[in-house]
Design a protein around this ligand. Structure first.
Ligand code: HEC
Ligand code: HEC
Length: 318
């Protein structure tokens, strides 16, 4: 409606100008008219459809594939859908089907109440190694409305559609993860898609098109402050979902290969020491300091986690 009114306004002013015969002014207006028309037709609307496209093709629309530098928020080669399979519509681990109901809620990492837009920016700044989108941008509202729509539809779906088949949930082995064993799992079960050096496989030579097989480490992967950089979070996801289409790892394999991937270099996020203002809330597998316990950083990275949990349980009793 507003678009049509604005176009009508432009046409009217063109006619008025022509009537008064001001040729120079007319030429200027004409140019403005065509620019305005393009902008009006192309301007993305904050719809769930646009939001879904942003989750599926994040690099293309919000990363290196985006021609407008102001819209390049994401900083690596991943798409949201690299982790949230089928753009979050696939039930199971890291699904976004029931996300909307969970927000706003308390975030230990941020030390306060956070809503869905904050949570999206959490992944933008860490999983996507990027910078936060303005809360009221068209892109943010589009992604939020897509996630809200997913939850609405999920409520109406038949049990057949929401059923999912995943291996039994990951159970953490009570030992330090073994990086050498993890490398062997990687070579045998992951390298074929994710590459010799975890670099993934680009969709085309144009880096703006993103990846067919996303990178697991290196400059185009998630940063060191991301949830996936925690060994237990990664092992949960990997046991449930990888190798893609044939998730068959044992708990030991999932644990070791997660530690192996997360022992590799990746983008570094500044200011991580400010996470978890109440340090006792920090997950045991947060791989970066400071900690409210005497265990070395290595043990938070690779386990065993039992002794760390026992320490906090003891503190609580005292
Ligand atoms: C590298 C993997 C990865 C990528 C890429 C990624 N995420 Fe996430 N996302 C996660 C993990 C891990 C969690 C946290 C799960 C947890 O808290 O245990 C999460 C959580 C979320 C949540 C909260 C889910 C809930 O139910 O509480 C939202 C919303 C979300 N991500 C949106 C996005 C969006 C939007 C993008 C793209 C801009 C994105 N994510 C990219 C890994 C990823
Ligand atoms: C058949 C190819 C294939 C194999 C084999 C495979 N993956 Fe993946 N993996 C993918 C694809 C494709 C995605 C992105 C999800 C999508 O596009 O649906 C992905 C996503 C991931 C992600 C999240 C995104 C990222 O880049 O961080 C991790 C972590 C991951 N895989 C780990 C592994 C591990 C560990 C193994 C070996 C146990 C493995 N994958 C084996 C194809 C594969």
């Amino acid at each position: 409606m507003a678009d049509i009114d604005r176009k009508k306004g432009l046409v009217l002013s063109l006619v008025a100008t022509a009537v008064f015969g001001a040729v120079v002014v007319l030429a200027t207006l004409n140019r403005e008219a065509s620019v305005a028309a393009v902008a009006l037709d192309d301007a993305p609307a904050p719809t769930p459809e646009y939001g879904q496209r942003l989750l599926r093709e994040t690099t293309k629309h919000l990363g290196t594939g985006q021609a407008d530098p102001a819209l390049q928020y994401s900083g690596n080669g991943l798409d949201c859908a690299s982790c949230h399979l089928e753009s979050g519509a696939s039930p199971g681990t890291l699904s976004l089907l029931e996300t909307a109901q969970r927000y706003p809620r308390f975030s230990g990492r941020d030390g306060g109440e956070r809503d869905l837009r904050d949570r999206i920016n959490g992944c933008m700044e860490r999983s996507m190694a990027g910078k936060p989108l303005p809360r009221d941008s068209v892109e943010m509202i589009a992604m939020e409305s897509y996630i809200l729509e997913l939850s609405r539809q999920y409520g109406a779906m038949s049990p057949a559609r929401t059923a999912f088949i995943e291996p039994p949930a990951f159970t953490e082995p009570d030992r330090r993860a073994d990086l050498v064993a993890g490398e062997i799992v990687y070579q045998e079960k992951c390298k074929i898609c994710h590459g010799e050096n975890g670099e993934g496989l680009k969709a085309t030579r144009d880096i703006g098109e993103g990846y067919t097989f996303p990178p697991l480490w290196g400059p185009d992967s998630y940063n060191n402050g991301a949830g996936m950089n925690r060994v237990l979070t990664a092992a949960n996801f990997i046991k449930a979902r990888m190798p893609l289409g044939q998730a068959d790892l044992s708990d030991d394999e999932a644990y070791d290969v997660s530690a192996y991937i997360n022992s590799k270099p990746r983008p570094v996020k500044e200011g991580l020491e400010e996470d978890y203002p109440e340090l006792f809330r920090k997950p045991v597998d947060s791989p970066y300091p400071p900690y409210a316990d005497p265990f070395p950083q290595e043990q938070h990275q690779y386990g065993p986690f039992g002794p760390i949990r026992a320490y906090y349980a003891q503190q609580n009793r005292e």
